[in-house]
Ligand binder design. Structure first.
Ligand code: AMP
Ligand code: MG
Length: 414
C-alpha cells in the first residue's frame, strides 16, 4: 500500500494545469476576485505616473529652505495652489512656493515638499520652520515601477492587492484561466437526498453537498451528477458522461472491497488507468486515483464515510484542484507546526489525521482535537474544524503542550 507521500507524488506528477492557450476567458475586473491570472501583466504606465507629493504641504526649492529653523524661518511667497488632479501652471522660482496636496503633481522648479506641520501660513506667505531633507516627500515618476516591466506574473490568484494593481494599470478586463469543472456523484443504494423521506435502513447523502461546497470554495465549478446506484451499468453511464463534461471527477463510496463496490470494475471497463486503490492513512484508506489517459481527466474515488471523504479531499483533492486551476505555486497541501492542546492518539500503523480546531492562545496557535468520538462515520464533530493534526506512521501519542504538525484546511487558501 502506498504512503500518503507516495500517493501525493503520483497525483501531483500526473495532474497538469489547464491549458493557458485554450482554457482561458476574459473577465471584467469586478468579477476577477479569486480567479487565476493566465497571462503575466505589464502596464504602459509608470508608477507613480508623474512626480507627485507624498504630503499636504508646500513645494519649494531646497536651496531656499536648507537653513530654515523655528527661530530663523525661511519666508516664501505662495504663487500657486495645486490640488490633487490639477495641472501646475507656473514654474517655482527661488523665494517662491506652491501650496500642494497629497498626490498632486510637483510643479516645475520645485524639488522638495515641506510638510504642512513644519510651516506657518500668513496670507500669501509661508514660514518654513524646519529644514527638510533634499527631495523629501516627492514620489518620483517610475520610482515604484517602470512602464513595460512585469507587473504581475501569470498563475497567481487575484485578490484585493492584485485587483488594485490591475485597476491602477487600467486593466479593466483580465485574462484568467476558466474555472475547472469538477463532476461529483455519490454512490450507494442506501442513499437518499436530504429532501426525500427517509426509509428504514437508508442514509442521507451528505457527501455531495459537502464536496460541492469545497469545490466552489476553491474557485472551481461543481457539476452535480447526484446519487448513483451500486450498479455497474448506472455507474458506467455516469462516469462516461463525467469524462466528457469535466476536468476532474469525484465520487464517494463504492471503492472498498465489498460485494457492492463496483467502481474499480467500471473504471477498468472505461480504460482508466488505476494508479492506486488505497493509501496508508486513517481515515481515508480506501482512496482510489485513476486517470483516463486519452481524455486527460482524473478520477478520485473517495471513501463513502463522510469524514473519510472530507479528509481525503483536504489532503489530496484540494491541492489537485488548485494545481489544475493554473495556480503556479502554493497549491500543495500546507502544514504548520503548532502546540497540541490535548492528547492525540494513533494506532501507529497508518498516517493518522485527527480533526479539530486551531485557536490562538497568547499569540500561539493551539490545536484542539474535536470533542466526541473520532469515527470516520461521525460527521457531527467535524463542525468548526479548520485543521487536521497529522501523526505519522510509528507515532502513537502526542501529549498536551507538545508540538504537532497540522494540515491547514479552513483558511490560507492560495
Ligand atoms: P462505502 O464506501 O460505499 O462502503 O460507504 C461507507 C459508509 O459511508 C457507509 O456507511 C455509507 O452508508 C456511508 N456513505 C456512503 N456514501 C455516503 C454519502 N454520499 N453520504 C453519507 N454517507 C455515505
Ligand atoms: Mg457503498
Amino acid at each position: 500500500m502506498l504512503s500518503v507521500k507516495e500517493a501525493e507524488t503520483i497525483i501531483c506528477d500526473l495532474l497538469q494545469p489547464l491549458d493557458s492557450k485554450q482554457d482561458r476567458e476574459t473577465v471584467n475586473l469586478w468579477a476577477v476576485d479569486h480567479r487565476i491570472l493566465v497571462d503575466s501583466v505589464s502596464s504602459s504606465l509608470d508608477f507613480p505616473h508623474w512626480d507627485n507629493s507624498a504630503m499636504d504641504g508646500y513645494a519649494v526649492c531646497y536651496s531656499d529652505v536648507q537653513q530654515a529653523s523655528e527661530e530663523n524661518p525661511t519666508v516664501l511667497t505662495i504663487v500657486e495652489e495645486i490640488p490633487a488632479g490639477s495641472q501646475p501652471q507656473v514654474r517655482i522660482r527661488p523665494g517662491e512656493a506652491a501650496r500642494i496636496f497629497t498626490g498632486a503633481v510637483i510643479p516645475l522648479g520645485a524639488d522638495t515638499v515641506v510638510m504642512q506641520e513644519k510651516t506657518r501660513r500668513e496670507e500669501n506667505r509661508v514660514f518654513i520652520l524646519a529644514a527638510p531633507q533634499p527631495r523629501e516627500f516627492i514620489r518620483y515618476q517610475a520610482a515604484f515601477y517602470r512602464a513595460g516591466e512585469q507587473l504581475l506574473p501569470a498563475g497567481i490568484r487575484l485578490q484585493a492587492p492584485e485587483i488594485a494593481i490591475l485597476a491602477a494599470a487600467q486593466c479593466h478586463q483580465v485574462n484568467v484561466f476558466r474555472r475547472p469543472k469538477v463532476a461529483i456523484f455519490s454512490c450507494g443504494d442506501e442513499l437518499v437526498t436530504p429532501d426525500q423521506p427517509l426509509k428504514f435502513g437508508q442514509i442521507v447523502d451528505s457527501n455531495l453537498y459537502a464536496l460541492a461546497a469545497l469545490v466552489k470554495e476553491l474557485g472551481a465549478e461543481p457539476l452535480i451528477l447526484g446519487i448513483v446506484k451500486d450498479e455497474p451499468r448506472a455507474l458506467q453511464e455516469t462516469i462516461a458522461q463525467a469524462i466528457n463534461q469535466s476536468d476532474l471527477i469525484l465520487s464517494t463510496g463504492g471503492v472498498s472491497v465489498g460485494d457492492y463496490d463496483y467502481i474499480h470494475q467500471v473504471l477498468a471497463s472505461l480504460n482508466a488507468q488505476i494508479h492506486f486503490r488505497s493509501v496508508q492513512m486513517r481515515p481515508g484508506k480506501p482512496l482510489t486515483f485513476a486517470t483516463f489517459p486519452n481524455k486527460q481527466v482524473a478520477y478520485f474515488g473517495l471513501p463513502g464515510n463522510p469524514v473519510s471523504a472530507l479528509v481525503t479531499f483536504w489532503r489530496f483533492v484540494k491541492p489537485a484542484i488548485a494545481k489544475i486551476s493554473g495556480l503556479r505555486s502554493g497549491w500543495e497541501a500546507q502544514f504548520i507546526q503548532v502546540r497540541s492542546a490535548g492528547e492525540l492518539k494513533s494506532p501507529g500503523n497508518l498516517e493518522t489525521y485527527i480533526w479539530g480546531k486551531l485557536q490562538l492562545n497568547n499569540g500561539i496557535y493551539e490545536f484542539h482535537p474535536a470533542f466526541g468520538q473520532h469515527s470516520s462515520g461521525n460527521l457531527i464533530n467535524l463542525s468548526q474544524t479548520n485543521a487536521l493534526a497529522v501523526l505519522p506512521i510509528g507515532q502513537t501519542f502526542i501529549a498536551p503542550q507538545e508540538n504537532v504538525l497540522v494540515l491547514m484546511i479552513g483558511f490560507f487558501v492560495n
